[in-house]
Design a protein around this ligand. Structure first.
Ligand SMILES: [Zn+2]
Length: 136
């Protein structure tokens, strides 16, 4: 029985995990990519408080092209941040970096579904290194 784990948060996460699992590896999808570095900073909805700042260098041979970053709100339902499109778009234009912010579109907690949104903010800076044209 999965009763303890069931619920809107669990179901959403399970679906998202499957979507990540079904996507190709970064190294497969973007063969010209040599490395990717993410500088991430989390803010709450007011942007007044920075919760955390992390630097993350995914292994291109194990990280997936559907790229999700967890929302820092542990009660968040249906949210999280997705950088899939940002990464693919920047690589398609062969950009050295890209930055911006994403707003969590989930609900603050399971008791506030359809009433109070999460709206945590993720600031991201992506840096890309490409294989040289002389490589293979
Ligand atoms: Zn959230």
């Amino acid at each position: 029985m999965f009763r303890l784990k069931a619920g809107p948060r669990f179901e959403y996460r399970a679906k998202e995990k499957q979507r990540v699992k079904d996507s190709p590896l970064l190294a497969e999808k973007f063969r010209q990519l040599k490395s990717l570095t993410l500088d991430l900073a989390y803010y709450d909805a007011t942007r007044a408080t920075k919760h955390a700042q992390i630097k993350y260098v995914p292994n291109l041979n194990t990280a997936k092209a559907v790229f999700l970053v967890d929302c820092p709100n542990h009660e968040c339902i249906g949210g999280d941040f997705e950088l899939t499109g940002e990464i693919a778009g920047a690589i398609a234009k062969h950009r050295a970096s890209a930055s911006g912010e994403l707003i969590c579109q989930g609900w603050l907690s399971k008791t506030t579904i359809n009433t109070v949104p999460c709206h945590n903010v993720l600031h991201y800076k992506l840096s890309f290194d490409y294989q040289s044209n002389n490589g293979q």
